[in-house]
Design a protein around this ligand. Structure first.
Ligand SMILES: *Cc1c(COP(=O)(O)O)cnc(C)c1O
Length: 453
């Protein structure tokens, strides 16, 4: 009730609906739940990105998902392009994943001892990936990357890590570091609670800049254990790197006896079964996975050659463990999802996404909107810019995020759910049909008309 009165006021304040904007959907229940959640959790959430801080209104509490659709506590229905931030490449509640999990559930939830399901998931991955010989399962992307960094340090007996501005690698201490001032500097912590001495071990440089990495290797000669990059940076907009640049990273790391780590927590099993390694056909030294690998359950993994992996305990001296690592229910979800993927999903998924993205591009070009749609595989990013390419974080104009905020609200009001920040990419799943994408296109067209009115 109160909501609908507020709605009337806010819409009449903004000149009614004749600017093309739609009345807000009801968020009465979500708002109540959020108020409660704020009593329990910092900021009302268990992961900060969920808090809708940079878009309109209270976060929606989701009750269920099926295919490409989700429903919130108020009964609103959405076509979902967040897809749990990437894991749900087959959509929500996929029959095969559900059946596999249900079957595994009958035998108990966890043993803390090996199970055949771990072998099955490992076999499925290793036999279909030219870039890996051995793997270790963990429970999140953060854990996978944190362990990969320790492995790189243990293997090379060096301490420093080079990371790129605009790449996210989870929330472990060494990686919550942002660029300091100057081209090549020690990083500065990007979170309170990270000791400066930790940040001193991480060098942060811009993407797409060969001079910067050359300088970094020059300045920290024989100290760099690894260079870590996202397969395709997709956590701060979609910063697609050129083949030649990634090849250069491979070359300069080899020359300096440093490892090249591909963080494929998003791109793994997304760009194709073999992820960004195959997309570039570049052999990284260590690859990390998360998101899709667990079919919606908490799974991460890191893998490398048998030689590098032999440094991990109990074979080697790099310690890494996990009570719930290789959890049978999570393995069952991963096995089901990756089996479907291996049997062929990418071709139609990627071409469906391409058609969708090209239609959006034609629309914004015809309208002369300052909007670009960047895309690779089934990932897309709508950027409010007129730059033809955005390859580095500093090329993104923070002021453009205001436009995203307006679009996000309009899209929700038209039944389309995007990630709650303009820095987030969208994911198309195999469950999005042509009809769903048609509906989405129309909603985006209308929403952009409101943004630019
Ligand atoms: C999501 C993500 C992580 C962190 O994974 P969590 O499962 O959230 O810990 C790490 N690296 C990349 C590239 C990611 O996208």
């Amino acid at each position: 009730m109160i909501d609908s009165i507020k709605k009337m006021f806010s819409s009449s304040e903004s000149g009614g609906y004749n600017d093309g904007s739609k009345p807000d959907i009801s968020r009465e229940k979500s708002t109540q739940l959020y108020e409660k959640a704020k009593q329990y959790f910092p900021g009302g959430v268990n992961s900060p990105v969920r808090a809708f801080k940079s878009v309109h209104g209270a976060p929606l509490f989701i009750e269920k998902g099926d295919g490409c659709r989700i429903w919130d506590a108020d009964g609103n229905e959405f076509i979902d392009f967040c897809c749990s931030w990437g894991p749900l490449i087959l959509g929500h509640n996929h029959e095969k994943v559900r059946e596999s999990v249900t079957e595994a559930l009958q035998n108990g939830l966890s043993f803390g001892a090996p199970t055949v399901l771990e072998n099955e998931l490992a076999e499925l991955i290793l036999q279909n990936n030219r870039y890996l010989e051995k793997i270790r399962f963990v429970s999140s992307g953060t854990e996978a990357v944190m362990s990969a960094i320790r492995l790189a340090r243990g293997y090379t007996k060096k301490d420093k890590i080079i990371k790129f501005e605009g790449c996210y690698h989870g929330h472990s201490d060494s990686l919550l570091v942002k660029a300091g001032s100057g081209l090549v500097t020690f990083g500065e912590t990007s979170s309170a609670g990270v000791p400066k001495s930790f940040a001193d071990e991480t060098i942060v440089i811009p993407l797409n800049d060969k001079d910067a990495i050359e300088d970094a290797f020059g300045q920290f000669k024989d100290q760099v254990a690894a260079v870590i990059i996202e397969g395709i940076p997709a956590n701060n907009g979609l910063l697609i790197q050129e083949q030649e640049y990634v090849e250069y990273l491979r070359k300069i790391t080899t020359e300096n006896n440093a490892l090249l780590i591909f963080d494929e927590v998003i791109t793994g099993f997304r760009l194709g079964f073999e992820g960004a390694a195959a997309y570039y056909d570049i052999q990284p030294d260590i690859i990390t996975y998360g998101k899709i690998i667990g079919g919606g359950m908490p799974v991460g993994a890191y893998g490398a050659s048998s030689d590098i992996m032999s440094y991990i305990s109990p074979d080697g001296g790099v310690y890494q463990a996990g009570t719930l690592s290789g959890n049978p229910i999570a393995m069952a979800a991963g096995i089901a999802q990756l089996t479907v993927l291996k049997n062929g999903v990418y071709k139609s998924l990627n071409s469906k996404t391409k058609d969708f993205v090209e239609a959006l591009r034609r629309f914004v070009a015809a309208k002369n909107y300052k909007v670009k749609i960047f895309s690779v595989g089934s990932i897309f990013w709508i950027a409010f810019t007129d730059q033809e390419q955005i390859r580095a974080a500093s090329d993104i104009d923070p002021a453009s995020m205001e436009k995203y905020k307006v679009m996000h609200r309009e899209l929700l009001n038209r039944g389309i759910y995007f990630g709650p920040s303009g820095y987030e990419v969208g994911f198309v799943s195999s469950a999005h049909t042509k009809t769903d994408l048609e509906k989405t296109k129309r909603a985006i067209f209308e929403s952009l008309e409101v943004v630019f009115r």
